[in-house]
Design a protein. Structure first.
Length: 133
């Protein structure tokens, strides 16, 4: 049962990543600066303190200048993400719907720090890895 659940979570994550990459290729193929900003891996204790989450996140941004702003605000963004992710229980984020909820929360939190919205700041959140233990 656990193996099947891990397989489904991995499959869902791969589907999300591949669709996001395919969606981003049309703009990226024109050359120039990347429309993505990558964060260093995060490891956070989940609510209850018996499990932790290791996650790698990239942000799709509306403009390459936003990627530069993310670099400037990285300490504040990391802080906010650690607090946000640590508030979830493992069961809440183990499903596809849970991961989508987390993605939306992360996008909202980062855009709030950048003083932007979905159209001018972070347009999408991509999980490059997502491991709950």
């Amino acid at each position: 049962m656990i193996i099947m659940r891990k397989f489904l979570v991995t499959l869902a994550t791969l589907i999300l990543l591949s669709s996001a990459v395919a969606h981003g290729q049309s703009k990226e193929s024109g050359g120039g600066a990347s429309p993505y900003a990558k964060m260093e891996p995060l490891i956070v204790n989940l609510s209850g303190l018996t499990n932790y989450l290791q996650v790698e996140i990239s942000f799709k941004v509306a403009d390459p200048k936003v990627a530069d702003e993310i670099k400037l605000w990285k300490p504040a963004i990391r802080h906010e993400l650690l607090l946000l992710l640590g508030s979830y229980k493992p069961d809440e984020i183990a499903t596809l719907a849970g991961k989508q909820k987390v993605m939306k929360s992360i996008r909202t939190a980062v855009n709030k720090i950048l003083k932007k919205d979905e159209k001018t700041g972070v347009t999408d959140v991509l999980f490059e890895s997502f491991v709950i233990q």
